[in-house]
Design a binder for this molecule. Structure first.
Ligand code: NAI
Ligand code: MG
Length: 352
């Protein structure tokens, strides 16, 4: 039987609730489709930091490297400096394993109403591809004399030809399997060096894909269009920070941040890819058993798809939609179901 080795990192807060809930669904799909998921759980994150002074042990990356994929919740706790989770865990894994594609589907699920009046499933179905290893988030800067009157801070974005080309190629290739449109969301009218270069390189890559319509849109206009004309979008390719922000807006137009899924992909499979919901550890609702597990479960479906288990992935997504259609919903979607009840329902559908 085909066996995939999965590193499971629940992280902090609701990660401890939604990751085990989603895992049940993945195991059910594996049983049904005759493959095996072999999991090893790592207790890393902000809680681990409070005990050890580290988000993951020294050999953490080396340990993760041998797995087929990483199934991740979220990291961060109110009592831990919030500049640390990204630096010491999330970016470390994304960059260290060349997970240069952050794949974030935005799709109105069956039975749910978008907060956008008059917009239905046919209008909201696109993918945000966020460049995931460079750009605004390289953390290249310094704070000088913070408490003096002449204090100053710098932060320099980094964009490389290789970094832009590889995300652009992924975007055009993906669009060729979808509705054949790529929208580059940029801000090159004001970031006239980095993002003008970004546009320049993406424009060059677009020439290799004459069958794909290539459009460019500034992020301010794109934000408005997410709300007014979501049907305009098919594949969006954008930078690390713009993609981070827009994908939360994408989560919102789906109906809840708790629905958003993502894959941090190393398309070449030289390293494991990492799958996580788009939201954080939600300390405000942690421990109550009411977090929406759908973003985590959907991320699991993306993981199975990446591993080649396309049928199992599709059935999980169908299971999610049966659940939303039947109004088995957590409080963020106006329902009263618990995390485990939603996961159990999805699992039930996967098994039927
Ligand atoms: P958040 O995404 O954790 O929460 C924002 C709001 O959405 C909260 O009201 C929360 O209750 C709600 N929410 C999020 N996920 C939900 C779910 N599954 N079901 C129902 N409601 C949900 O963002 P916030 O509050 O800005 O950050 C909290 C912590 O998470 C911080 O420490 C932050 O650094 C960390 N974080 C970690 C990320 C990661 O590990 N990749 C990503 C984003 C934030
Ligand atoms: Mg974010």
């Amino acid at each position: 039987m085909k066996t995939y080795r999965i590193a499971v990192v629940p992280g902090d807060g609701i990660g401890h609730e939604i990751v085990p809930a989603a895992w049940q669904v993945l195991e059910a799909a594996a049983n049904k489709h005759a493959f095996q998921l072999e999991k090893e759980t790592f207790p890393w994150g902000a809680g681990y930091y409070l005990n050890t002074g580290k988000f993951m042990p020294e050999e953490g990356m080396e340990l993760l490297k041998s797995f087929d994929a990483i199934f991740f919740g979220a990291v961060g706790l109110p009592e831990v400096d919030d500049t640390l989770p990204a630096m010491l865990y999330t970016f470390k894994v994304r960059c260290g394993f060349e997970q240069y594609v952050n794949y974030r589907p935005v799709k109105l699920l069956a039975g749910l109403e978008s907060p956008l009046r008059n917009k239905g499933q046919q209008d909201i179905d696109f993918v945000v591809l966020r460049e995931n290893t460079e750009g605004e988030f390289v953390q290249n800067g310094k704070i000088f004399h913070p408490d003096s009157p002449h204090g100053l801070a710098t932060e320099t974005n980094v964009f490389t030809r290789q970094g832009i080309e590889r995300i652009a190629r992924y975007a055009f290739t993906l669009a060729s399997r979808r509705r054949k449109t790529v929208t580059n969301v940029t801000k090159s009218n004001t970031l006239i060096h980095t993002l003008a270069y970004w546009d320049h390189v993406i424009g060059q890559v677009s020439a290799e894909f004459p069958d794909i319509e290539y459009r460019k849109m500034y992020v301010d206009a794109a934000s408005a269009n997410f709300v007014l004309h979501p049907e305009y979008f098919d594949v969006i390719v954008t930078t690390n920070m713009i993609g981070d922000i827009l994908s939360d807006l994408g989560g919102a137009i789906m109906g809840s941040l708790g629905l958003g899924a993502s894959g941090n992909l190393n398309p070449e499979k030289d390293f494991p890819s990492m799958f996580e919901p788009i939201h954080g550890s939600a300390p405000d609702i942690a421990g109550k058993g009411i977090a929406n597990p759908i973003g985590q479960i959907w991320s699991g479906a993306l993981m199975l798809d990446h591993l080649g288990e396309h049928k199992a992935a599709l059935e999980i997504l169908q299971g999610i939609e049966h659940c939303t259609k039947e109004k088995i919903r957590t409080p963020d979607l106006g329902g009263s179901a618990t995390t485990m009840e939603v996961a159990a329902k999805v699992k039930e559908w996967v098994l039927t």
